[in-house]
Design a protein around this ligand. Structure first.
Ligand code: ADP
Ligand code: MG
Length: 367
């Protein structure tokens, strides 16, 4: 098996009721990449996957797989296979027969089909489970059967639509490692759709952050988390404190900003002009209660402390505006501030981005 690249060239999808679920999108997914599309429910993720697999026709643009234009090709004529949340395994067939099922349309003897199924079951670490019925397996094992079945037709691109969302948390976390391992072993290109940011961050080579029918950013997990390009990406991926304000001056890569909590200095990668409406984003792990000589300081009251073992989450409230703030810190046992205190952050640890829509709730925090 081998992965192909997938290129979306100006692809948009407008459904027959006139609703545009995907606005013109350019995207290149590399051969053998584990690529995730991350975004809230309804943002158009499944629509993109349907377009790639051929169940939906793009209203404009082209989809190329391995350089080959897929226009007019039926789903079963494409080098793709699709796995849904609902795995749709056949309950009365054995696991081995389920995996071999996809091969029936091929000119292969039954013996060859079952041999191939055995090979795939070995790949997903179910070599000794072939004779069981799906109902006799655990949720994670059934998931792996579905993957083996999808891989049986030797797709060069495997499309996975929130395949773990029906599983409980422990299993979901375990399956992340499994899926990543299977992807590495086969070298098949995986396009993985999820609304769960920790799934995307843990498994992917690269992530596309999607909102309201548009891809707002493509990058590695580190890039998307540490260098978000939009207010939406900053608020959907990971937790963040957001302060709206206006840019008052520029100093190199830094800007000075007026906010309701005072003047702040932070990084501004997008070269915004003085007078621009902006938002400052600072992650909880960059907010410090030991403010020393930090230039950015906010007066606040500690309202609650959540113990998470090695870490603490401090829930604070800014004195000036009542805005809630979150800070993460290592649990060293050091005494925490009582009453009014100040929190602060380094200019380099905060990011100023153009004002824009923010995520209503962050991407699900499954960890
Ligand atoms: N067949 C359809 N006709 C009209 N609108 C649709 C259809 N399928 C999906 N939509 C709408 O398109 C948007 C994107 O849907 P979808 O791609 O399923 O989002 P996601 O997978 O990100 O949750 C949603 O607003 C949804 O209601
Ligand atoms: Mg969906």
């Amino acid at each position: 098996m081998q992965g192909n690249d997938v290129a979306l060239d100006g692809v948009s999808v407008t459904y027959s009721n006139g609703f545009t679920a995907v606005h013109p999108t350019d995207l290149t997914i590399r051969p053998g990449e584990f690529f995730s599309i991350l975004g809230p429910s309804g943002c158009g993720k499944t629509t993109i996957l349907r377009a790639v697999s051929g169940f939906v026709q793009p209203s404009a643009g082209r989809i190329l797989i391995g350089g080959d234009d897929q226009a007019g090709k039926a789903p079963n004529a494409r080098p793709t296979a699709l796995i849904f949340q609902n795995l749709a395994l056949f309950p009365l067939m054995s696991v081995r027969e389920n995996v071999a099922f996809g091969l029936e349309a091929r000119r292969m003897s039954k013996r060859a089909r079952l041999a191939k199924a055995e090979e795939l079951l070995d790949l997903v670490a179910l070599a000794d489970q072939g004779s069981k019925k799906p109902g006799e397996l655990s949720g994670g094992q059934r998931q792996r059967v579905a993957i083996a079945r999808a891989l049986a037709v030797e797709p060069s691109v495997l499309l996975l639509d929130e395949p773990l969302s029906a599983l409980d948390l422990k299993l979901r976390q375990h399956m992340r490692t499994e899926l990543r391992g299977i992807q590495k072993k086969t070298g098949v290109t995986f396009i993985y759709i999820t609304h769960d940011q920790s799934e995307a961050l843990t498994m992917s080579d690269r992530i596309a952050v999607m909102n309201a029918g548009r891809i707002e950013q493509v990058g590695t997990g580190d890039e998307v988390y540490s260098q978000p390009l939009t207010a939406f990406a900053a608020t959907f991926v990971g937790e963040v404190n957001a302060l709206p304000g206006t840019i008052t001056s520029r100093e190199g890569g830094l800007v000075r900003m007026d906010t309701a909590l005072g003047q702040m200095i932070a990084r501004n990668p997008t070269d915004m002009a003085e007078g621009s409406k902006a938002m400052l984003f600072v992650r909880p792990e960059h907010l410090r209660i030991d403010t020393g000589n930090l230039v950015n300081r906010i007066e606040a009251t500690l309202e609650r402390r959540d113990l998470e073992g090695a870490f603490l989450t401090l829930h604070l409230r800014a004195t000036a505006t009542g805005q809630p703030l979150a800070a993460h810190m290592v649990n060293t046992g050091a005494p925490l501030p009582q009453g009014t205190t100040s929190v602060g952050f380094l200019p380099e640890a905060a990011l100023v981005l153009p004002e824009g829509p923010v995520a209503k709730t962050g991407g699900e925090h499954a960890a």
